[in-house]
Design a protein around this ligand. Sequence first.
Ligand code: NAD
Ligand code: 2HG
Length: 527
Amino acid sequence: MPKVLVSDPIDQVGIDILSQVATVDVKTTLSPEELIQILPEYDAIMIRSGTKLTKEAIEAGKNLKIIGRAGVGVDNVDVPTATRMGIVVVNSPEGNTIAAAEHTLAMMMSLSRFIPAANQSLKGGKWDRKSFTGVEVYKKNLGILGLGKIGSHVASVAKSLGMRVLAYDPFLTAERAEKLGVNLVDLEILLREADYITLHLPKTKDTAHLINAERIAIMKDGVRIINCARGGIIDEVAIADAIKSGKIAGIALDVFENEPLEADSGLRELGDNVILTPHLGASTEEAQTNVAVDVAEQIRDVLLGLPARSAVNIPGLRPDVWQKLKPYLQLAEMLGNLVGQLAGGRVDTLNVKLQGEIANSESQPIVVAALKGLLSPALRERVNFVNASIEAKERGIHVTETRDPSVEDYSGSIHLTAHGNQGQQSVTGALLGKSEIRITSINEFPINVAPTHYMLLTLHRDMPGIIGRIGSLLGNFNVNIASMQVGRRMVRGEAVMVLNIDDPLPSGLLDEIVHIQGVTDAFVVKL
Ligand SMILES: NC(=O)c1ccc[n+]([C@@H]2O[C@H](COP(=O)([O-])OP(=O)(O)OC[C@H]3O[C@@H](n4cnc5c(N)ncnc54)[C@H](O)[C@@H]3O)[C@@H](O)[C@H]2O)c1
Ligand SMILES: O=C(O)CC[C@@H](O)C(=O)O
């Protein structure tokens, strides 16, 4: 049984799913050192935002196949290291959308009506109504930074509260914003016009300290800010200063530059107009069930050899799409392996052409499969679907993609062309029925060969006697031929022969074959 480590509190439903296929250890109080010490034992790890999977931790996880993040943000995972090590990283992109949006709205209302402070005051024995006169959100401007899943839900609720919604999101189309009934504006306009500003974007090098002293200075006096996205998008020192000066009327933070927030953080000292929650955006029963199921199912599937539906470092495939593409992925991998062996030396460019019924399919997984096949003779089990693209890039292999739906020889086929330091080679493959793989051309010579473990390929002149001579040579060396195919474009022109052989070719025999008169080249292929 594979072993899965659950290192943050996860809903029991997730543990039950994992237990169907693995031994599950739940250890939620590990120090970073303890984590590094035990990670080599595990095939998978499931985390929330508490566990930090640093480069060092991931490198210690020598047997890890998958990292499951029960939530959206993967900023606590060193994804490039995982990718380099061929570890799939999956998340739950939608499981906690509503929870985070509702927490944001609750923060906005709490800021407007001083609910936490009024509650504290009343429980402290007072009946103070004067200190807690709030403001209405009705007819106010809400500025949303990042109009993705959470931002969009906040926008639609805010509109129904009678707010005017402005959004800044450089990656969003004007059509999408219009459909949401939101005014898409420049950052500066949003900062100048908003009465409330809420953040819903990822933390990247471009968004770090996006809200800083300079940008606070151009905001309306009395603005209220909410951050339920990620700590560090706001400069905490700058907002604390702006609260103290009265420039900002209120701020509600669910996320912090350092989590857990330091016990002596200055933010804890600020007044009633500052509301702090300990990263609770995703903490609803419903969201925790959603993310646990979503991620546990993906870990279970990957441990069973199935694809993940929302991997962040490989193309995620829906099960129905995967069922359809699976035989083509196997075909692409075999063809990549074949064309790489024919190319012999270094490959600089690989063209992947999707033909017939798959011409309009998602190409990325097929390209990745072809690259995995291409690199597998050199990298063996070190290359997989996760790191094939990176490994190819690091080796300077440039990938191009083309599509031709008009090719109708087979229902769907894949054509690969590899250019390298030893020239150009091309292969085509198709499926017979639903899943039987056939090689249907080599260097544009039509053939129809079922690939086998050992194959001998020759390029030769189509003339009497050549095939017999090659056959006798193999017989002399006790190599058994299982089947044979010849492809040619014209009688007595150039031809290709593919022999499926039962045994590996003894050393020196290939050289003898190449020296037969009329043979221009010969290759031994091991698939
Ligand atoms: N507090 C919590 O517990 C909690 C829960 C869930 C999600 N989150 C966080 O909330 C954030 C949003 O999550 P989501 O699911 O809506 O993500 P999403 O990917 O659906 O949306 C993010 C949006 O940000 C936009 N964006 C990216 N860079 C930007 C930039 N420089 N300026 C403006 N917009 C930019 C993107 O175009 C996208 O539309 C993430 O940081 C996520 O980690 C927090
Ligand atoms: O794990 C959590 O509770 C927080 C999750 C949240 O930050 C996310 O990005 O999905």
